[in-house]
Design a protein around this ligand. Structure first.
Ligand SMILES: [Ca+2]
Ligand SMILES: [Ca+2]
Length: 355
């Protein structure tokens, strides 16, 4: 074998050897960090950030999730470490984008600090993120509504308002209210206003039904408070519903623009006229007109009589002329016009029957 061939073979062998070695070591060799480390030249610390719960302002749990992000100018971030006070740090652990973390107990402002370390042990300046810890739910709010819709409305629509929930300090604030409604005592609760600010809204019912409203508040950290007591609103039956017997009381007014409930009223101008109603419910109120020319009447509920007087200095519409809580069952109500002298007219506008 001549020298030339030997040289070519040697060259080939060396090339293969270097190529193989380079290929095996390539991941390391290609990392500039290692070159710089070898040269002792990485003196730049990493920089990074930490975000608690995706940047949320509040949390109701001490268990939070951290998202970290860090870069190193000289190479790669290798380790990370955390602290609740920037004094006492966790043991360094391999850098990763997520970390489960526990805030110290006690509601209020909380901070979590992170720091990042590179291969050359350069440690970043600690960086914080803050969050407000609120683990205590707000108290029940207040729901306000009329006992009988006709006290505030001549149609079937009335206003319901909610608000006033207190959230004990340290508080993340009241964020929203939920208001639910059910129809009659046996009904199912149904969402009506969900995630609403404190406020009021009109509700339209059907005559003869009772509507129950209750509300709860959520604070800014997502704690839901207890439900308020329920407020009941009775939407009365119009005066001609539920009549089982009628003597007189033949007068009727139907005038949409009047102040009567549903624009209608039934009246008597004769002493002794009598209307008998039958209802099933746990409450009864007679809705009628008061005024200078309006009479006395006798109301008999299940046999118990009561004399009432519709006289008032000026006309007032949709007044509660009498009311009575009752056992939940069928009741008979008789209304007899006494036809008082010079003010013999008696007007029945509706009957509020609680259910
Ligand atoms: Ca709270
Ligand atoms: Ca009416």
């Amino acid at each position: 074998m001549d020298t030339k061939k030997l040289f070519v073979r040697l060259l080939l062998f060396v090339s293969v050897f270097i190529g193989t070695s380079f290929a095996l070591a390539a991941p390391g060799w290609l990392q500039p960090e290692l070159w710089l480390m070898a040269a002792g030249s990485d003196i730049i610390a990493p920089t990074g950030s930490v975000v608690i719960n995706g940047g949320a302002a509040n949390t109701n749990s001490t268990a939070v999730n951290l998202t970290v992000s860090a870069v190193d100018a000289g190479g790669a971030v290798q380790w990370m470490s955390f602290s609740n006070d920037a004094i006492s740090w966790t043991a360094t652990e391999t850098y990763a984008p997520f970390k489960s973390w526990n805030l110290p107990a006690g509601d209020g402002n909380k901070a979590v600090w992170a720091r990042f370390i590179d291969f050359s042990d350069n440690t970043s300046t600690p960086v914080p993120d803050g969050i407000f810890l609120d683990t205590v739910a707000p108290a029940a709010p207040v729901v306000t509504a009329p006992l009988i819709s006709t006290s505030v409305s001549k149609n079937k629509t009335f206003n319901v308002s909610w608000g006033g929930a207190e959230d004990a300090a340290p508080s993340s604030g009241i964020a929203a209210y939920d208001v639910e409604v059910k129809t009659n005592s046996g009904g199912a609760w149904v969402a009506w206003q969900i995630g609403a600010p404190a406020g009021a809204a009109g509700f339209t019912g059907a005559p003869g039904n009772s509507y129950y409203f209750l509300a709860r508040a959520h604070d800014g950290a997502g704690n839901a408070g207890p439900y308020s007591a329920a407020a009941r609103v009775i939407v009365p039956l119009d005066q001609s519903k539920g009549i089982v017997k009628r003597v007189g009381f033949a007068g009727k007014v139907a005038k949409a623009k009047s102040n009567y409930y549903l624009g209608t009223v039934r009246y008597s101008i004769t002493a002794g006229d009598e209307l008998t109603y039958a209802f099933k419910g746990n409450y009864f109120a007679l809705i009628g007109t008061k005024g200078p020319k309006l009479s006395k009447a006798v109301v008999t509920i299940d046999g118990a009589k009561k004399t009432i007087d519709a006289k008032a200095a000026k006309n007032k519409f949709r007044q509660v002329l009498m009311e009575k809580p009752l056992a939940m069952k069928k009741h008979t109500v008789k209304i007899k016009n006494l036809g008082t002298l010079r003010r013999g007219r008696f007007e029945i506008d509706g009957n509020a029957v609680g259910r």
